[in-house]
Design a protein around this ligand. Structure first.
Ligand code: ZN
Length: 288
């Protein structure tokens, strides 16, 4: 959402350095106000720069939102991209040298799941990931048909829980997303809420507990639908998460014996991980 990172991948590794746009972090708002065509153009230029004339097997893109058949059907945090045929725009815009190279677009959390699976030797397993930031992303590998908007899982029936950016009530993102935290605590930044909870402020402590219950609940739903497994947690806001507490809450919510054995692991978010995942997914999709 804040920047575009592009790299050249061979196997499960990024070759050379990663190109980032915008180069200066203080211009992080640049993409938010850029028209969808401009974003596509920007991605295309970065791809051509990074490829340095090498032969390219496939081009994979991770993009925030609901992506189907190469079209951004919705993107709550980059509204201008709604309905944009990103895959077609990139394919047709690539220079002659790359004509015919398959381009595939995936949800950004899905490419993160693919990147984690590829770099952890888990390509033959179901791998799920929560990405915590302004929104809450849910990614799964292998990439498959479906919507998988796990961040909008309903985790409470309390009608007052209406802070989710999508407008839906009771959603995980409406509790754990940074944007929603700011709406809930108008006078406090998310970091201050966490700090206050640590020093014994009741309202903040109750909220941090609610965050953990909400994430455990959405995870439990995923386990009840698709079975147990590894759940990675990544993103700028993993600092809010206490893994031991999350494990304990999950065990209270998932009791059937065949569904036991899930684990959480926090891992740092890196551009490289997403880039590897986009490439792995694109190659698999192009070979189908
Ligand atoms: Zn929502």
């Amino acid at each position: 959402m804040e920047h575009i990172a592009v790299g050249l991948v061979e196997g499960e590794k990024v070759l050379g350095s990663v190109n980032v746009y915008p180069e200066k972090l203080d211009s992080a708002e640049a993409l938010l106000s850029m028209p969808a065509e401009g974003i596509a153009d920007c991605i295309r230029r970065q791809v051509e720069t990074v490829s340095r004339g090498e032969k390219i097997g496939a081009i994979g893109i991770g993009f925030p939102g609901i992506i189907r058949n190469g079209v951004v059907e919705d993107s709550p945090n980059l509204h201008q991209a709604k309905g944009f045929a990103l895959q077609a725009a990139l394919s047709s815009g690539l220079g002659e040298k790359y004509a015919g190279v398959p381009v595939r677009v995936f949800n950004d959390a899905d490419v993160m799941a693919a990147g984690i699976a590829a770099t952890h030797g888990l390509l033959n397993k179901l791998t799920r990931v929560w990405t915590l930031g302004n929104g809450v992303g849910f990614g799964r590998y292998p990439s498959s048909e479906g919507i998988w908007e796990g961040g909008h899982s309903v985790v409470t029936l309390n009608p007052k829980e209406n802070f989710c950016g999508c407008g839906g009530r009771g959603h995980l993102e409406g509790i754990l997303g940074r944007r929603s935290m700011r709406l809930r605590f108008l006078d406090l930044e998310p970091e201050e809420v966490l700090e206050n909870a640590r020093t014994g402020d009741t309202r903040c402590a109750e909220f941090v507990s609610l965050c953990h219950r909400a994430l455990a609940a959405a995870t439990a739903t995923s386990i009840h639908m698709e079975g147990p497994g590894m759940f990675f947690i990544t993103g700028p806001d993993v600092k809010f998460i206490d893994i031991a507490l999350l494990d304990r809450l999950l065990h209270e919510m998932v009791k059937m014996s065949p569904l036991q054995g899930s684990r959480f692991e926090v891992i740092p978010t890196t551009d490289e991980m997403g880039i590897v995942g986009a490439a792995v997914n694109a190659q698999h999709a192009a070979l189908k």
